[in-house]
Design a protein around this ligand. Structure first.
Ligand code: NDP
Length: 401
């Protein structure tokens, strides 16, 4: 059965949120290989207008949307005469995401991906979720929205796609633990005492994966893995104490699932995001993908080590957030995003990101919504706003000394 046949013989209607980014471009690479199978509804971006317009034209999308309202004239100019609609701003992003579609890729970076993802699910689309921040900030709300609209959420993060695949045909009741692997990021071989002096440039190169800058820096600090711990809890509904992180420098085993009989199912594959994207694109089928085939004989050995909690404070904080539940995830993510902005802008050092996040969580722990159930977008947005403001204040206090 082809993708087209799955949508009742017509091309599948798909949208790509965050089309100009690393995940978005990998998604486009896959769908462009089979153009007759897809009808592209919306593509979205933010600052990269040339890419956004070029992709919209190549994919013959109905609408292109930029998050950046100031960029709308440029987008309109680039699309003039093509018949493709152009729009800008948060509400335009959400409107585009809610247009009838069979499948929507959620690949906006950061908490900005939440509202468009919820809009896609409310329209009944299958949501391919790369935007892990949606689950970290509002996991219960996202999953409840999917259930209410009989819509699927499919993981695109490589670890979660790996777990999802290992669980095919299995009963969650027979799962004892989930182990997600971490490469260790740019600094895995650095001595701990050198981390304080790490620069943005140092942190922006990943040893195995080619990704956007923000997630690459988050990999170096393990904030990415800490978001993934929370993502695992929210997506699979597993208790935090049954989720483990394992450092695996080769990034070939993406995750393992341990069952009650002692068996472990590992997902092994090349570090290429088109694998997880393609799995979500073709699910529930498994189809051929243009990714490297591994020669394990030539690779020879795979290495594993437990993460050092004294080196990776972010992992400790993520465990606290999972225990707290409620809006702690929204506060954690927003403080992390603001601290990352601060690191990229040279306001704070690499290790200070975790310090700011920890101090923000502490400052907000008494807030009435900190532990309350996550069932509304507005309370998530309020906690996000508050945490950004708190983190910004803490950063400026540190700058002033
Ligand atoms: P990139 O930074 O490469 O791309 C981000 C996308 O979001 C771009 O299209 C960007 O537009 C757009 N964008 C940026 N800011 C906003 C905003 N405020 N509102 C709306 N759109 C915005 O990120 P990645 O592709 O690396 O990551 C995307 C998501 O996928 C993240 O949540 C990440 O954690 C997750 N992920 C990524 C992986 C990877 O391999 N890259 C692996 C697993 C998960 P523009 O570029 O035009 O400014």
């Amino acid at each position: 059965m082809t993708s087209a046949a799955k949508a009742g013989g017509r091309p599948r209607r798909i949208s790509i949120l965050g089309a100009t980014g690393s995940i978005g471009q990998n998604t486009i690479d896959l769908i462009a290989r089979e153009p007759e199978a897809y009808e592209v509804v919306a593509v979205t971006g933010a600052r990269n207008i040339a890419q956004l317009a070029g992709d919209a034209i190549a994919l013959r999308a109905e609408i292109a949307v930029t998050a950046d309202e100031a960029a709308l004239p440029d987008l309109r100019a680039a699309l003039e005469g093509t018949g493709i609609a152009a729009a800008a701003g948060q509400s335009a992003l959400t409107e585009a995401a809610s247009r009838p579609a069979d499948w929507v890729m959620s690949a906006i970076v950061g908490a900005a991906g939440l509202a468009p993802g919820l809009a896609a699910l409310s329209g009944g689309a299958t949501l391919a979720l790369a935007n892990k921040e949606s689950l970290v900030t509002a996991g219960p709300l996202l999953m409840a929205t999917a259930r209410a609209h009989d819509a699927h959420v499919l993981p695109v993060d490589s670890e979660h796609s790996a777990v999802f695949q290992a669980l095919t045909g299995e009963d969650m009741g027979a799962v004892e633990r989930i182990i997600i692997t971490a490469s260790g990021g740019a600094f895995r071989d650095w001595p701990a005492e050198a981390l304080a002096g790490a620069t943005v440039q140092d942190a922006s190169t990943h040893p195995n994966w080619d990704m956007g800058q923000r997630i690459t820096i988050d990999s170096a600090s393990m904030f990415n893995k800490s978001l993934e711990l929370i993502e695992t809890k929210e997506f699979f509904g597993i208790a935090p104490e049954n989720i483990e992180v394992l450092v695996h420098p080769e990034s070939l085993i993406h995750a393992l699932v341990g069952f009650v009989d002692g068996a472990m199912m590992a997902h092994v594959g090349a570090p290429d995001m088109r694998h997880a994207i393609g799995y979500a694109l073709h699910w529930p089928e498994r189809r051929a993908l243009p990714v490297q085939r591994l020669d394990l004989g030539a690779i020879g050995q795979l290495n594993f080590a437990p993460p050092d909690p004294t080196r990776y404070r972010a992992l400790v904080l993520a465990r606290q957030v999972m225990e707290t539940g409620g809006h702690a995830g929204a506060a954690f993510n927003a403080a992390k995003e603001r601290s990352l902005d601060g690191f990229i802008a040279g306001e704070i050092g690499f290790l200070q990101m975790a310090e700011i996040v920890e101090a923000t969580l502490e400052a907000l722990s008494g807030h009435e919504d900190f532990t309350s159930a996550v069932d509304r977008l507005d309370t998530v947005a309020q906690m996000d706003h508050l945490a950004r403001r708190t983190a910004a204040k803490l950063i400026s206090e540190r700058i002033r000394g």
